[in-house]
Design a protein around this ligand. Structure first.
Ligand code: FE2
Length: 376
């Protein structure tokens, strides 16, 4: 895999101290990587890419790497009980450990961020094999989550040194997922300012949108959200914090079951959300449903769109408009038994926002699920 893209200049034209190519990969720590890989292939259409395990010299853990277009997921499980991966799974369940970001210079990324106060997770590490060299370095972010800086311009192997090509016979087809649009972190009470400050001062991100509890509240619960973006806009991290409501908010439920702060959802982009969601539903992915009344005044609220609203209603796809265009989105139910991580499928047609007009309908749908779990 060769990254040829160069990080674009940021909007203001000034030089980023942390230029990013985008999301390199996302690593999950899971209880059973073999079964998780099967689920993401079968249900979401990811393709087998690479493997590392005892057969390749990795004695303590196994990782399966799967890919769909530019999205690369790594599913890692420990082979023994007493280690950091097993502890992570014990505390958080199956969860995102690493949001890895492509960089031109991993050493510089680590130096720039740690000099600005980031806590080091991994000092510069060079991995080599016959295909070249990859340089890695990492820093801690909210909870037990980390950012890994990946410098892979001088590597043409399948994923990273230590991995071999994974070519099983079972290869379900893709579903049209293209790239990571954004990754959302849930942080604790009063954690917002700290983590917005972290992304601003340590990573050079900007706060491009903010929502307060007036925007995101229902009869029962509320949350606040701020969207952080890097200079070229390739990496966007919305941060959610719970706000006081009559009952327990969805962010509080997450924090309780996750055991602290962590990644709440990963939004993945498609160019044809109707086709993608049809495939995902057929393959067993479960989505949150809004009441049919959501679609009654949609045409009036949104104006003309290219999609057939009856089809959107049948599939449960939501629509929102901003000054630049519109977007279509839908949210899965949590993809594990704890009510923690879920996915968003998003198609942008000009809009660069995050579906503010859907928050109320969506959060009421989440609360119906929360109530069924006895947590509202
Ligand atoms: Fe989202």
């Amino acid at each position: 895999m060769q990254t040829t893209l160069r990080p674009a200049a940021n909007a203001s034209g000034t030089k980023d101290f942390l230029p990013l190519y985008g999301t390199d990969h996302i690593e999950f720590y899971v209880g059973n990587a073999k079964q998780a890989a099967h689920y993401y292939k079968t249900a979401f259409g990811f393709q087998s890419l690479a493997y590392a395990g005892p057969e390749t010299g990795s004695k303590d853990k196994v990782s399966y790497v799967i890919r769909q277009h530019k999205i690369i997921l790594v599913l890692t499980t420990p082979l023994r009980p007493d280690n950091a991966i097993a502890d992570h799974i014990h505390h958080h369940g199956d969860a995102v450990k690493t949001i890895a970001l492509g960089v031109e210079d991993a050493r510089d990324a680590w130096q720039q961020t740690t000099a600005r106060g980031a806590q080091s997770f991994l000092e510069l590490t060079e991995l080599r094999d016959d295909h070249g060299v990859v340089k890695l370095a990492g820093i801690h972010t909210y909870g037990d989550t980390v950012h890994l800086f990946v410098e892979r311009q001088h590597y043409d192997g399948v994923f990273l040194p230590g991995f071999v090509k994974w070519e099983p016979e079972y290869q379900p087809s893709e579903t049209g997922l293209l790239h990571v649009d954004h990754c959302v972190g849930n942080v604790g009470w009063n954690g917002m300012d700290r983590w917005v400050g972290f992304y601003e001062s340590v990573m050079g991100f900007k706060n491009i949108l903010s929502f307060d509890d007036k925007d995101i509240s229902t009869e029962y619960s509320a949350l606040m959200s701020k969207v952080m973006s890097n200079g070229n806009g390739y990496v966007k991290f919305p941060i959610n914090e719970p706000a006081e409501g009559k009952k327990k908010s969805q962010v509080e439920e997450f924090l309780d079951y996750y055991g602290g702060e962590g990644v709440q959802h990963i939004a993945v982009a498609t160019k044809d959300i109707v086709a993608t969601v049809r495939k995902l539903q057929f393959r067993g992915v479960e989505f949150l449903k809004v009441p049919h009344t959501y679609y009654d005044d949609l045409r009036k609220r949104i104006g003309a769109i290219e999609e057939d609203i009856d089809v959107l209603a049948e599939l449960g796809i939501l629509v929102d408009r901003d000054e630049e265009g519109y977007l279509l989105q839908i949210f899965t139910k949590p993809v594990e038994d704890r009510p923690t991580l879920f996915f968003e499928i998003i198609q942008r047609k000009g809009a660069r926002s995050f579906g503010k007009g859907n928050f109320k309908a969506l959060f009421e749908a989440i609360e119906r699920e929360q109530a069924l779990r006895g947590n509202l």
